[in-house]
Write a protein that binds this ligand. Structure first.
Ligand SMILES: [Fe+2]
Ligand SMILES: [Fe+2]
Length: 137
């Protein structure tokens, strides 16, 4: 996954698509570091990516959950549970003591994690609420 936006990811909700594009942009930064594979110290860049990811995640999940509450979405608990897992996972990576010594391993893990987020959450659970929202609009 090279983290390029593709229309197949679109949920046809402009604000949500923009926020998901933001996730892709963070993924692209991680990907760009990974393909360099030049052995340089990328600690600061990796920490910046993790910080951005935490900020984005907090903002985006709150936005989605508030929106879904407003429309009494029936599967909101699935959303909250999956969101909780992603936040747990980012915090787990961010607090890892061996991060500096395992930079490449960590960056590849972040990529894998973001790919899963896109294919398993955005393309499944988020798509499900998007279909629902079209019916109540
Ligand atoms: Fe989302
Ligand atoms: Fe979501």
């Amino acid at each position: 996954m090279a983290f390029e936006w593709n229309e197949k990811y679109s949920l046809n909700i402009e604000e949500i698509d923009n926020q998901h594009k933001q996730l892709m942009a963070i993924g692209k930064k991680a990907y760009d570091i990974a393909i360099l594979d030049d052995g340089y110290d990328r600690y600061d860049e990796i920490m910046t990516i993790i910080d951005e990811l935490l900020d984005y995640t907090k903002y985006h999940f709150e936005y989605e959950e508030n929106m879904l509450k407003k429309y009494n979405y029936g599967h909101i608990h699935e959303q909250e549970e999956e969101h909780g897992f992603y936040i747990y996972k980012i915090n787990e990576v961010a607090s890892r003591e061996d991060l500096d010594d395992n930079q490449r391993k960590v960056i590849l893990e972040i990529i894998e994690f973001l790919s899963q987020w896109i294919t398993q959450h955005i393309m499944v659970a988020d798509r499900q609420y998007a279909v629902f929202l079209k019916t109540v609009d």
